[in-house]
Design a protein around this ligand. Structure first.
Ligand code: FES
Length: 114
């Protein structure tokens, strides 16, 4: 698990972006309605940071063209995004939030959503 931030540094409705290494896409960690979620921090439509989007309930709205993504599944619920973003395991314990990056999807699977 990779440390994200202290619990108090991620308020309700907020998001934190973490960069892990050059080989791992940045991850956005969200808190909404008391739950934590983690998604790739790159919209599947174009190059926009979902951590800069707007969180409401179980969705985040992309700040560039307003696609909505389900925070629980990474699935888009409206155009222009058609492909999901990856989700990641996120935990909170002892005053810290941690994330476990998901394995990268094989290229063939990513193409299946195009
Ligand atoms: S970049 Fe996210 S909807 Fe276009």
């Amino acid at each position: 698990m990779i440390p994200v931030c202290r619990t108090e540094d991620l308020p309700e409705g907020g998001a934190v972006r973490i960069e892990i290494d050059a080989a791992t896409p940045a991850i956005a960690v969200f808190r909404s309605e008391g739950a934590l979620y983690a998604l790739d921090d790159r919209c599947s439509h174009q190059d926009a940071s979902l951590s800069e989007g707007w969180v409401e309930g179980c969705q985040v709205e992309c700040p560039l063209h307003a696609a909505l993504f389900d925070l629980r599944t990474g699935m888009p619920s409206c155009l222009p995004a058609r492909r999901p973003v990856r989700t990641h395991e996120v935990t909170e314990a002892d005053g810290m939030i941690h994330v476990r990056p998901a394995a990268r999807e094989p290229a063939a699977r990513e193409d299946a959503y195009a």
